[in-house]
Design a protein around this ligand. Structure first.
Ligand code: NCD
Length: 313
């Protein structure tokens, strides 16, 4: 088995072979998840703790389901009601939980780098479920699996990521992953929502949506991440929708069989027209959610194998 990592902290640390290993294993879980009996026992005996310091619907639910379907004992910490509110630091909270011998720790945190820091302090496998604007590796992996299944390949595609790139960990992880797999990447959005280091990414940048979408295979839309903005980044939502919201007219610039993606949560009428989001011939938004569970099962299984080997040594 080539996957030798102890943690899943970011796409940055993965090779194309690692990515392929996770996606191939995830394919088997797509099938399992469609059966009536969805149970496997690969995580049996292991303890998984989910620590979400930021709101989440999809990611938390899918990590929880993934762990349960694989037979782990899964605990969701209610971080709003935890001792963090009494002034305990992230590291002290993590060390406390670590003393209870979890095997897998799934962490989402508003600060970039917080999950990496935590991984250095505990002795279990840590999975990054999103840290600030830094990385969200399982999102990029589920996006990759969705693209691979829809397009039949994960290389030499023309892929546009549109909207609030600057504040998006989803964009960052996807740029890294899809770039490693040798796709042609385009970033589309107003200059105020482009990261300052964009020139280093090896991507094409557009502020005109219609030009940017010309002949792409994949259109990935992003939410305006207002919780990470500390000023006026856009004139108004109306104006934003007019210039950067995905509607039928703008989508017509992409290839006829281009797929539309969104990590959720989606703001209809802000970054995307609701009819496009619901169009089953174009939108793969629900498939992304489905692939999320399978990818998280695969990632946790690979980390658990390494953990069992480490504990046995
Ligand atoms: C994203 C996130 O939390 O980074 N959502 C998700 O995990 N599916 C994107 C977002 O919040 O807009």
């Amino acid at each position: 088995m080539s996957f030798t990592h102890r943690h899943l902290l970011g796409i940055e640390h993965l090779s194309p072979v690692d990515i392929g290993a996770i996606l191939d294993l995830a394919e088997t879980y797509v099938d399992l998840n469609r059966r009536t009996d969805k149970r496997s026992d690969v995580l049996s005996g292991l303890t998984q703790i989910n620590m979400f310091f930021e709101n989440s619907t999809r990611t938390q639910a899918s990590f929880e389901l993934a762990g349960k379907r694989l037979g782990a004992d899964v605990m969701n910490m209610a971080m709003q009601a935890s001792s963090i509110k009494k002034g305990e630091t992230l590291i002290d909270t993590a060390l406390t939980l670590n003393a209870m011998h979890p095997d897998l720790l799934v962490v989402r945190h508003p600060h970039s780098g917080a999950v990496d820091l935590l991984a250095q302090k505990v002795n279990c496998a840590v999975l990054n479920a999103g840290d600030g604007r830094h990385e969200h590796p399982t999102q990029a992996l589920l996006d990759a699996l969705t693209i691979r299944r829809a397009k039949g390949r994960l290389h030499r595609l023309s892929i546009a990521i549109c909207g609030d790139i600057a504040h998006s960990r989803v964009a960052r992880s996807n740029i890294l992953l899809l770039g490693k797999m040798e796709n042609r990447m385009r970033l589309i959005g107003p200059p105020t929502l482009m990261p300052s280091q964009v020139a280093e990414f090896g991507v094409e940048v557009f502020d005109d949506m219609e030009k940017g979408l010309q002949d792409v295979d994949v259109v990935m839309m992003l939410r305006l991440q207002r919780e990470r903005m500390d000023g006026g980044f856009i004139p108004s939502e109306r104006e934003y929708y007019h210039r950067y919201g995905l509607d039928a007219e703008k989508l017509a610039r992409a290839k006829d069989d281009a797929i539309v993606m969104h990590p959720g949560p989606m703001n209809r009428g802000v970054e995307i027209d609701g009819t496009i989001a619901d169009d089953i011939n174009r939108s793969v938004i629900q498939e992304q959610v489905e692939m999320g569970v399978a990818v998280r099962m695969a990632a946790m299984e690979l980390l658990a194998r390494n953990r069992r080997a480490e504990l046995a040594a």
